[in-house]
Design a protein. Structure first.
Length: 251
């Protein structure tokens, strides 16, 4: 679990040229303007906002919140975000090896997740597209993935411990993998339990929050990675036990 350790506040920092935030620097609110590029390799910031088609490359350090606005580009390959990572206004995010509590995408943004950890929730809104190829999603007991409006979430890899999976409006979730199984009255809510393997051979078990959630999900057979027989046996035992426990409401 991420714990807010307190960040010393200073005056707002505005970048109107390319810049660097490094070890030992402590900032309050940071804004990147006018298509410029800022690299962060260390230090601490309270809030960072990439604006006006700017670029933010985040490799290390600690931030409380990070926002991408106005067609900005964020390349996040390290560091810790204590609270929220929010991408909106047709911005683009590529993330790997970062730890954050939550991830939000809105207003036709595109997010590619190759690694890292999202502790609590993923929210897709507007016409946002979120592609998850790897990483860890959900390390807290109330973790969930929620889709709204005409957003799309594509899942093909990663490790999931997601208790709540819910879809609204005309949103779509595409799950790429194999050995899918759907129990319409399973799960902790009794509204459906979906299990199987993703294309990277990681097992999943999604509890569906509402009875119509399944109608938003497309299951796409894509056994890109075929695990060894021993892995299949152990994974099958694990996913079977998880599904049985949830049906019995033990966990």
């Amino acid at each position: 679990m991420l714990i807010y350790v307190g960040i010393a506040q200073s005056a707002e920092t505005h970048f109107y040229s390319d810049g660097l935030i490094g070890d030992g620097e402590i900032h309050g609110d940071v804004y990147i303007h006018d298509s410029f590029t800022v690299d962060m390799t260390g230090g601490q910031v309270s809030m960072l906002a990439a604006l006006d088609s700017s670029t933010f490359n985040y490799e290390g350090g600690v931030a409380h919140d990070v926002f991408g606005f106005n067609s900005s580009s964020l390349n996040i390959t390290g560091g810790i975000i204590l609270d929220r990572l929010n991408i909106t206004d047709q911005s683009v995010l590529v993330m790997d090896n970062v730890i954050t509590r939550s991830l939000d995408g809105d207003h036709s943004s595109v997010i590619d997740m190759y690694g890292g950890t999202i502790e609590n929730d993923i929210n897709a809104m507007g016409s946002t597209i979120i592609n998850i190829f790897g990483g860890v999603v959900g390390t807290l007991t109330d973790s969930h993935i929620t889709t709204h409006e005409s957003s799309t979430v594509n899942l093909s890899g990663g490790v999931y411990d997601v208790w709540i999976f819910e879809c609204h409006d005309s949103s779509t979730v595409n799950i790429y993998g194999y050995d899918f199984n759907y129990e319409s009255t399973g799960g902790i809510f009794g509204n459906g339990l979906l299990t199987g393997y993703l294309s990277d051979a990681n097992p999943f078990a999604f509890d569906l929050r509402f009875a119509d959630t399944y109608s938003h999900i497309n299951l796409i057979h894509d056994p890109t990675v075929i695990p060894a027989p021993g892995a299949l046996l152990l994974g099958g035992i694990g996913i079977g036990c998880l599904g049985w426990c949830r049906r019995q409401k033990i966990i």
